[in-house]
Design a binder for this molecule. Structure first.
Ligand code: UDX
Length: 479
């Protein structure tokens, strides 16, 4: 098969990573296929760094983009750490890339001697590309990088809000899936503010992209059908007339750090993978908890304090990818120990109980290591797939977006126990105190019945995910 595919990921690490995996997959399957990945300048640099040896059929093109034109600080090209409403500015900026994208496509066609690309695969947040593809007579596919269950719930909320009635009860029965009740602490609260100018821009952006995504020629899903049968059925109910292809799992060996990090203010250099692996090597199999809240968010300062105290009390070993707390403006010098119990890091180091990673951790390597027993995660979809592909059960602490529904789904499947729910302690009634941390960690890692069952289920799902990986490689599951 010879052709030319344009790939256009959304500007956030959790979206870029599956596109890198898709590139690798397409190249392995069809080495002669030309693949052009398009993104803003800093993101394209970061994507390119995942391909250290140049491959002639894989090309990288950047779109002109000036963050300051959109009210964003210099170099901001990723959602990583962006607070609202700057988060929204980047969403809107992504939609305004239309002329640049069209111009770049024409340029590519001219350079290729008039040969029009065979297909555009864009992120579902960039579904405005559907119209451009249609005009140029190019086949358009949307890649939904998140899971089907979480996406189906997010889509139905985006499509119906803010027309939904004000929340009077604590539970909301979903418009398209009345059998599912969502607790109000799991709702995208911003969309419930119809009088707020930013909120209405946010909800209309999401609605527009979702409706446009339904006009795509095909929808690719980063999931495994045996694992997400229910979610797949839900999406099939919402999206009629467009074929859906579960092509996951789109997994990478490693994920590059985000191209920009605003409030994180950390040097997001890759933490030496050897130091994490060496540390894990010194621990017995199945004894270490890995903790990370993904590329965009973090817990708040008092939650950090309680988490640290609970971990210490549990006496379980852990690796914690630690970031400044949510909502704290950290533009200058800071020390993380101001949000941790006194002497915590030194004590953990001396007792060999805990390793704090202050940079971008080699997450996949950590999850693949035999010493890793469980993952305390925000339930971003990449983290979920990476964890379960290695049979590692999850302690959920969703922080935003569809992560609440991912955590809910994983609990139903039996591979997750939810420890916290964002910073929404009052709304959810789930307060993360040290005793609760200790109890949940011991329940999952302590060798009791629940932990054993979760591990067994996680291993079963690992089999499904690995089976799908092999299917794609051997039989050409995309074909
Ligand atoms: C975002 C959305 O918020 C989420 O809801 C959606 O499902 C995916 O995108 P994000 O915070 O990026 O979430 O999390 P996740 O999907 O888990 O992706 C993070 C990626 O970064 C993973 O591939 C993970 O391995 C990698 N990572 C993260 C590292 O390699 N090192 C780190 O230190 C942190």
């Amino acid at each position: 098969m010879v052709g030319h595919v344009i790939l256009f990921p959304f500007m956030a690490q959790g979206h870029i990573t599956p596109f890198i995996a898709l590139t690798e997959l397409l190249h392995r399957r069809w080495p002669e296929l030309t693949i052009t990945i398009i993104n803003t300048p800093r993101n394209i640099q970061s994507i390119q760094s995942s391909f250290p040896d140049p491959i002639p059929t894989i090309r990288f093109r950047s779109l002109p983009f000036s963050p300051s034109d959109h009210g964003l600080p210099p170099n901001t090209e990723s959602l990583a750490g962006l607070p609202f409403p700057q988060f929204l500015y980047l969403l809107i900026a992504s939609e305004s890339l239309r002329p640049q994208f069209t111009q770049l496509l024409h340029q590519i066609i001219t350079e290729d001697g008039g040969r029009v690309p065979s297909c555009i695969i864009s992120d579902n947040f960039l579904s405005w590309t559907v119209d451009i593809a249609e005009k140029l007579n190019i086949f358009h596919s949307t890649l939904i990088t998140s899971g089907t269950y979480g996406t189906a719930i997010a889509f139905t909320l985006w499509l119906h809000m803010p027309k939904l009635p004000a929340i009077e009860t604590q539970y909301l029965s979903l418009p398209d899936f009345p059998e599912i009740n969502i607790h109000w602490s799991q709702l995208p609260r911003r969309l419930f503010l119809p009088d707020d100018n930013f909120a209405s821009k946010y909800s209309s952006f999401l609605q527009r992209q979702t409706l446009l995504c339904f006009k795509s020629n095909a929808i690719l899903l980063n999931t495994v059908k045996e694992f997400e049968t229910a979610g797949l059925r839900m999406l099939e109910k919402l999206i009629t007339g467009v074929p859906l292809f579960p092509i996951g799992p789109l997994l990478c060996q490693s994920s590059p750090p985000p191209s920009s990090s605003l409030s994180l203010s950390l040097s997001l250099s890759l933490s030496s993978s050897s130091s994490c692996v060496e540390w894990l090597d010194k621990h017995s199999p199945g004894t270490v908890l890995y903790i990370s809240f993904g590329s965009q968010n973090s817990i708040n300062a008092s939650q950090m304090m309680e988490l640290a105290a609970g971990l210490e009390a549990s006496e379980k070993a852990f690796i914690w990818v630690i970031r400044p707390p949510f909502g704290v403006d950290v533009t200058g010098e800071f020390k993380l120990d101001q949000w941790l119990p006194e002497g915590f890091e030194e004590r953990m180091r001396e007792k060999k109980q805990g390793l704090l990673v202050h940079a971008w951790a080699p997450q996949v390597e950590i999850l693949a290591h035999e010493s890793t027993s469980a993952f305390l995660s925000h339930c971003g979809w990449n983290s979920v797939l990476e964890s379960l592909s290695h049979g590692v059960p999850i302690i959920g602490w969703p922080l935003g977006a569809e992560q609440f529904y991912n955590s809910m789904f994983l609990e139903e499947v039996g591979v997750c126990v939810e420890l916290g729910r964002g910073n929404r302690e009052k709304m959810s009634g789930i307060k993360v105190e040290r005793e609760r941390v200790k109890k949940v960690v011991e329940m999952v890692m302590g060798g009791g019945e629940k932990g054993v069952e979760m591990k067994k289920k996680a291993m079963e799902i690992s089999g499904m995910i690995r089976g799908a990986l092999m299917e794609v490689d051997i039989d050409g599951g995309l074909g």
